[in-house]
Design a binder for this molecule. Structure first.
Ligand code: DQA
Length: 145
């Protein structure tokens, strides 16, 4: 199957961005790691990052047509703001897992609400770059059954 890994704003800066919060792993490292793991399981994983809400909405809309079976999503700051991205995921009706490097529940109050969690298959947060691996493992389990 084809999986889509979506990253929201500022995640292009991973590795240098607040490393005490987000770690030293770069986005390229995460994308390469997940792509290799998906491939080893017989799947294809495509990654897309944008700082622009409209670009993420359009990528989700395109997923309806390109055969994407599962979405792995770190909406970053849009977690807490984007009705538009939430609506796009509802529109395409592709199952998704919400991912965060940090644990938003242990941070500022404004990070404790997500526009995605109630629509997600599940949420993985707080494990740094490993959050992505755990989410991929969960997605691969789902796809296998
Ligand atoms: C984040 C958490 C968000 O609150 C924040 O805006 C991010 C990254 C995370 O992965 O921990 O940009 O989604």
């Amino acid at each position: 199957a084809t999986l889509l890994l979506l990253h929201g704003p500022n995640l292009n800066l991973l590795g240098s961005r607040e490393p005490e919060v987000y770690g030293h792993t770069t986005l390229a490292d995460i994308d390469a790691d997940l792509s290799a793991r998906a491939q080893a399981a017989g799947h294809v994983l495509e990654a897309f990052q944008s700082n622009a809400e409209h670009a993420l909405v359009e990528r989700v809309q395109a997923a309806r047509l390109d055969g994407t079976a599962f979405i792995l999503l770190n909406p970053a700051a849009f977690t807490h703001t984007s009705v538009a991205l939430r609506d796009a995921l509802a529109a395409v009706a592709i199952p998704f897992i919400e991912i965060h490097l940090s644990n938003p529940h242990a941070r500022e109050p404004f990070r404790q609400h997500s526009y995605f969690s109630d629509k997600a298959v599940g949420v993985v947060c707080g494990f740094g770059a490993d959050s992505y691996r755990y989410a991929l493992d969960a997605a691969l389990q789902r796809l296998a059954r």
